[in-house]
Design a protein around this ligand. Sequence first.
Ligand code: SAM
Length: 278
Amino acid sequence: MFAYRHHFHAGNFADVFKHALLSQLILSLQKKERPFVYVDTHAGIGHYDLTHPWAIKNKEFIQGVGRIFGCIDYPPDIGPYLEILNQNNESEALLKYPGSPVIAKNLLREQDRLVLNEFNSSDAEQLRLLSKGWLRTEIRHEDGFKLTKSVLPPRERRGLIFIDPSYDRSGEFERVASAVEIGLRKFATGVYAIWYPVMSESVTLDFIQRVKIYRGQSLLRSEIHLSQALFPGLMSACGLLIVNPPFQFELVAKTIGSWLLDKFDSSHNGRLVNQIID
Ligand SMILES: C[S@@+](CC[C@H](N)C(=O)[O-])C[C@H]1O[C@@H](n2cnc3c(N)ncnc32)[C@H](O)[C@@H]1O
């Protein structure tokens, strides 16, 4: 049933883009003392061994995180993500890649809480083992698209819901949109961050239209487009659609995106999209 294994792609340019923005989204929510919940609907195994045969099959990470690991000339907004990367690689060699659960756990304050969900049984078991001993962390093993119904609204009344499916089956854009719609009806003030591959402008616009259900609901469409795919047959562009983005988050997204684009696309023919949709 689950053919997709994130280990093959861990640390590629799309992971770096999404995780650098995710780190800043978490930090934005932490500007207030009040607690919040981080909900990861498609959490994966949590962290990735880059010497594993699946990671070295195509070595996607070399053209992704490999291009920024050890850099010293970075803007402050990407600092927290790079720090987590360094904490997960004790030596100077790049051997491990932290997934979204580890990133969130590294940034967790004592008043915050994590809900991490993974539907693939063996991946969920690895996540459970990894997170043993993590405080204020709940691991779930259910269909992530149903999570907005089962866990929202959170008791904290503040939350970041990260939706990061594999898009390896048809209908996933529609399933994401309906999960967000259910979430917004139960928890209208939550911040929802949805990662997506850019297939075409019309697919993206159709997706945005499905997610935008309320008049006045604010969205940030943040995308990175490389001038060409780094690997034949793989995507060259991806985005994060953020519902209820933190104040001026588009500036953070632009700073991070510009720095990453420069590292990933030496032709300088790539581009960013940072568009607020009101
Ligand atoms: C792109 S990966 C997640 C990566 C992770 N969020 C990260 O950033 O480190 C997508 C994950 O969703 C899992 N998955 C697939 N279908 C799912 C479903 N219906 N509900 C929850 N998880 C699912 C896959 O097994 C895979 O681990």
